[in-house]
Design a protein around this ligand. Structure first.
Ligand SMILES: Cc1cc2nc3c(=O)[nH]c(=O)nc-3n(C[C@H](O)[C@H](O)[C@H](O)COP(=O)(O)O)c2cc1C
Length: 202
């Protein structure tokens, strides 16, 4: 049986693996716990991401329930507090920006982004939904997660769990519960030089 995602009408302009358009970030989460095996698979996928010098500067600190989870929820801004507490797991994401020798890891955020995408794609393949959030108290996240401010940058949070329906969302958010679209590729990829306007070569 083909299971269609009725919330996702994305169309591509060139042939790609379906996993890229099948991943989208719903704000709706069903009340289904995440298992230890699922959590292990998510971070396993994340940690195979490429990074400059193979430094692997990403750091994920996560919580599923209990008092820990209440502390994690407390970093969410008002908008994100309307839906993210329902996700089975909340992950606080940090990027290590300082090397052991004191030098800077210039690409720490870039590398950490690659790890997040690996986690998100793995989650989608396992039937799980993810949504990243920059809308958190980045400073409070250090204390909540026990992460030192002098070595790491606080980046964002990620909500992870089983996708819910519109009924799992407050009514004002239900209309936004759809996979969104993208700019045309000819605005983001240029052959030779950036011209500042859409090109015809990509
Ligand atoms: C770093 C980052 C920060 C984000 N911050 C928020 C946020 O604070 N709240 C929210 O609802 N969505 C947030 N999003 C989700 C984006 O809005 C979403 O990924 C984007 O619209 C593309 O949609 P898609 O993920 O469904 O493809 C964030 C995504 C990323 C990658």
């Amino acid at each position: 049986m083909v299971v269609r995602d009725l919330k996702n009408t994305r169309r591509t302009g060139a042939s790609i693996e379906p996993m890229f358009t099948e991943r989208w970030s719903s704000k709706s989460f069903a009340e289904v716990p995440i298992t230890a095996d699922q959590i292990a698979s998510l971070f396993e996928a994340a940690h195979w991401a490429p990074s400059a010098g193979n430094r692997q500067p990403w750091l994920f600190v996560y919580s599923t329930n209990g008092p820990d989870r209440e502390r994690f929820n407390s970093v969410l801004n008002e908008d994100n507090s309307r839906w993210a507490p329902k996700a089975a797991m909340l992950v606080l994401v940090f990027a290590r920006t300082v090397r052991d020798n004191g030098g800077k890891i210039r690409t720490a955020q870039f590398d950490t982004g690659a790890a997040w995408m690996s986690l998100a794609l793995q989650a989608n393949r396992m039937g799980l939904n993810t949504r990243a959030m920059g809308g958190i108290d980045l400073d409070a996240a250090y204390d909540v997660a026990g992460v030192p401010r002098d070595t790491f940058e606080s980046v964002c949070a990620i909500a992870v769990g089983t996708r819910g329906t519109d009924d799992n969302l407050e009514s004002t958010l239900a209309g936004e519960n759809l996979a969104n679209n993208r700019k045309p590729v000819n605005e983001i990829a240029f052959q030779g030089a950036y011209t500042g306007r859409p090109n015809n070569s990509s």
